[in-house]
Design a protein around this ligand. Structure first.
Ligand code: ADP
Ligand code: ASP
Ligand code: MG
Length: 421
């Protein structure tokens, strides 16, 4: 018996029809002789709605209470999914994070998984039960419910696959797989057959929300191969039913979704396409400290102050010094912009904050062996009259900071340059 972990995101379980559709994917996988542990997210926009509800009552609620509230979204999904499966007639049990054995750190809202006690899940699987696990939650040493941060159900699935030594880990979502750009925004975005953990981690970190970056980090660490695929088109199509033999139709059903998505793994065959994707990240703000002394130690003082507050800094640019002073600019998450200004303004008079910026990146291993990549990207931006504010490169990505108003046309132009139709 193979053990298969399947994760279904919010849009895959958004309403009763979708829940029934997913229940069929799960039970078909089970009936084909597999053990199944399915992880579910909150339905549709439930998490956003819960955040809004909290804001109506208290604009600054404690993180602990937010975790109690947000974990309820996944709790609802898990029970509804189990009910849909009961109705189909398969044995099933829903488990909240703590019941599934997730022990986490106590950093509410962004908890890290410490250990997973797999006893309960093993027992249920041994009894041939389908398990539905409520995503993105666990329990900390104070016996409090914790959550893993937005998109954290992916991490729940990967963690279970690693801890239970599952044979497959399938991440079902609302698009066909990982694509060369967001397929909802870029019409010609192509689905990738395969992508490495490193490339996927970079894409996820730079704005492609299709997988949560922590889940990719964990998949790499425990060598869990991921399959990203759609839950929207399931099983044989009506035309397949007419054209294919019974065996072929059964084969599609046995392969759970039957439609190939994207495989995320350590190594992939060398491909002609070395740029794998174009992403945009709106969650970025530019901070500029103007006229700081051009002497040793300034950068150290600025960035150690931010590090002490756990504030992550991304692109850094230091200008050419003149008349004994210089400017330092860097980017941070928008949520940290005000805190950064408050931290620095007493020491350095002029601290400018610009939140109307976006980071556009191209990602692909092997970039350093293709010297034309940066100029191709810059040419595409120039062609759309887009001004570049900052640039950062590594062997696997090139990122530029531009005005947010230019973001959509910039992504379209850069994507068209690397993936012509
Ligand atoms: P789920 O609810 O299943 O977790 P998410 O909304 O978190 O789904 O992620 C899926 C979404 O990611 C897609 O609907 C798509 O708009 C977006 N996305 C952004 N970049 C990409 C990309 N490069 N490939 C595929 N999807 C992407
Ligand atoms: N429901 C949570 C969110 O919306 C977790 C998840 O969907 O993965 O972020
Ligand atoms: Mg998601």
């Amino acid at each position: 018996m193979a053990l298969i972990v399947q994760k279904f995101g919010g849009s895959s379980v958004a309403n009763a029809d979708r829940v029934r559709n997913v229940a069929k994917i799960i039970t078909d996988t089970y009936k084909a002789g597999n053990g199944v542990i399915a992880v579910v997210s909150a339905q549709g926009d439930t998490t956003d709605d819960l955040i809004e509800k909290a804001q109506e009552i208290n604009e600054n609620p404690s993180k602990r209470e937010m975790d109690v509230l947000l974990s309820a979204g996944e709790q609802m999904s898990a029970s509804l999914m189990a009910m849909a499966i009961e109705k189909i007639g398969c044995p099933v049990v829903s488990l909240l994070g703590w019941q599934a054995g997730f022990q986490t750190s106590s950093s509410y809202g962004l908890a890290r998984i410490r250990t997973i006690n797999t006893e309960r899940m093993e027992r249920e699987i041994d009894q041939r039960k389908i398990i539905i696990v409520a995503g993105f939650q666990g329990i900390c040493k104070y016996d409090d419910v914790t959550t893993f941060g937005r998109g954290g159900s992916d991490t729940t699935a990967v963690a279970i696959a690693a801890a239970m030594h599952a044979d497959r880990c399938q991440i079902f979502t609302d698009v066909d797989g990982v694509c060369t750009a967001d397929p909802r925004k870029i019409k010609n975005a192509q689905k990738l057959e395969e992508i490495t953990y490193d490339e996927m981690l970079e894409l996820a970190t730079l704005g492609a929300q299709v997988l949560n970056n922590r889940s990719v980090e964990m998949a790499k660490k425990y060598n869990v191969e991921l399959e990203v695929l759609t839950s929207f088109q399931y099983g044989p199509s009506p035309i397949d039913e007419i054209l294919l033999t019974d065996e072929q139709i059964q084969a599609i059903k046995n392969n759970s979704a039957g439609r190939a998505g994207t495989i995320v793994k350590e190594k992939i065959a060398m491909e002609k396409m070395f740029v794998r994707g174009v992403t945009k990240d709106n969650d970025t703000a530019r901070i500029s400290i103007v006229g700081v002394p051009d002497v040793p130690g300034v950068a150290f003082k600025v960035f150690s102050k931010l590090a002490a507050k756990n504030i992550n800094v991304d692109i850094i640019l230091q200008s050419y010094g003149h008349d004994g002073s210089q400017d330092i600019s860097f980017t941070v998450s928008r949520t940290n912009a005000d805190a950064v200004k408050a931290l620095l303004k007493d020491d350095y008079g002029t601290v400018l904050v610009d939140t109307n910026v976006t980071k556009i990146s191209v990602v692909g291993a092997g970039m350093e062996t293709h010297p034309g990549t940066a100029s191709k990207m810059f040419e595409a931006l120039y062609g759309e009259d887009v001004n570049i504010l900052m640039i950062a490169t590594s062997e696997i990505k090139i990122s530029v900071l531009i005005k947010e108003a230019d973001a959509d046309k910039a992504v379209a132009a850069v994507h068209a340059a690397f993936f012509p139709v």
